[in-house]
Write a protein that binds this ligand. Structure first.
Ligand SMILES: Cc1ncc(C[n+]2csc(CCOP(=O)(O)OP(=O)(O)O)c2C)c(N)n1
Length: 343
């Protein structure tokens, strides 16, 4: 394999020991949530060519264990901020699917009133406090939210998701420094999928430099986590949440997984040449959803009937969400400039 990935810790696979200490209902919930995200993404992808979803999209297939593992360790009152690759984290935190689909179809009742699209999902009730298409743009906002939580003594922790390119923005390091200085209750979730659009980490960062180690040098508590294993993610985030809530300051987690689809839009981009088909095939062996399902089956926790039941329930929910979005009204033309600021 021609590997641009220099220090992969991901793809360790699932093992029976991972399950110990977890209730079967919780394990099945994690599996169902990952499966649900995968099926929603597949449906979006399958219908994107119809050109009715008037929003750019960034699919999260391959990274579901990060969304579900992290959000299952957060309380509903905790807040998260997202990057442009929003769907998995929004859904895992409890964001409303119908409102998300209406937003992708640019309908009036979309979660951002049709003016945001896929890169600007939010659901305040579920703690999805905001998202930004500007790389690392959400990071200082999340840190500000954590400062407010600390000053008000709300007990809330704030998580912010960003990709490996997020740490190539100055504002990220300024924000991390400020968070460490003030020991803020903020969790930095760096979803390292090894690419920024078509550029691998190898052409962007010096050899031998690991992202989490740079964050350690800034004084943050850091962890390197296999982001293809939902239980490793959950366990790491649970301890990070406990530390942040106990006043031990910001926690930085580098979560490694692989983006299976192209950077944006629908479909596989493996023929475009910036990464090898071998590399993509290697990573597919560590499917976060199938790997966990196989383990649950091997341990007698998931049988064909239960699986079929999950699949049909998810399919019905997706059908209803698409129908809701497609049949919802367009925004009023006179509203189009409502939030536009022009001096
Ligand atoms: C400040 C800024 N610079 C450049 C871009 C263009 N851009 C959009 S997504 C992206 C790559 C993001 O990669 P990463 O943060 O690793 O997230 P991923 O897409 O891999 O999830 C870039 C460079 C942007 N949106 N904002």
């Amino acid at each position: 394999m021609s590997a641009p990935v220099r220090y992969s810790y991901a793809g360790t696979g699932y093992s029976p020991g991972d399950l110990s200490g977890y209730a079967p209902e919780f394990l099945l919930r994690l599996y169902r949530e990952m499966l649900r995200i995968r099926r929603i993404e597949e449906r979006i992808e399958a219908r994107y060519h119809e050109d009715q979803m008037k929003s750019p999209i960034h699919l999260v297939i391959g990274q579901e264990a990060i969304s579900v593992g992290a959000c299952s360790a957060l309380a509903r009152e905790d807040a998260i901020y997202l990057s442009h690759r929003t769907h998995g984290n929004y859904l895992a935190k409890g964001g409303d699917l119908k409102a998300m689909m209406s937003e992708l179809y640019c309908r009036k009742n979309g979660c951002a009133g049709s003016v945001g699209g896929s890169m600007h999902l939010f659901d305040v009730d579920a703690g999805v406090a905001g998202s930004s298409a500007i790389v690392a743009g959400s990071v200082p906002i999340a840190v500000g939210h954590a400062l407010a939580a600390q000053q008000r003594g709300t007990g809330q922790v704030v998580g912010v998701f960003f990709g490996d390119a997020g740490v190539e923005e100055g504002v990220f390091w300024e924000s991390l420094n400020f968070a460490v200085l003030h020991q803020l209750p903020v969790l930095f979730f760096c979803e390292n999928n090894f690419y920024s659009v078509c550029s691998p980490l190898t052409v962007r960062q010096p050899e031998g430099v690991e992202i989490h180690r740079k964050a350690t040098a800034f004084g943050a508590n850091t962890m390197l986590v296999d982001g293809t294993n939902v239980l490793r993610v959950h366990g790491a985030v649970r301890s990070a949440v406990a530390a942040a809530r106990a006043g031990r300051g910001p926690q930085f987690l580098e979560l490694q997984a692989y983006r299976w689809r192209g950077h944006g839009g629908a479909g596989d981009d493996s023929k475009s040449g910036y990464r090898s088909t071998d590399e993509a095939a290697q990573w597919r062996q560590y499917c976060p959803v199938a790997g966990f399902g196989d383990l649950l089956r091997a341990q007698g926790l998931l049988d064909p009937d239960l699986h079929e039941n999950m699949e049909s329930g998810i399919a019905a929910e997706i059908d209803a969400a698409f129908e809701h979005a497609i049949n919802s009204p367009d925004p009023d033309p006179e509203e189009i400039t409502r939030f536009v600021y022009s001096p």
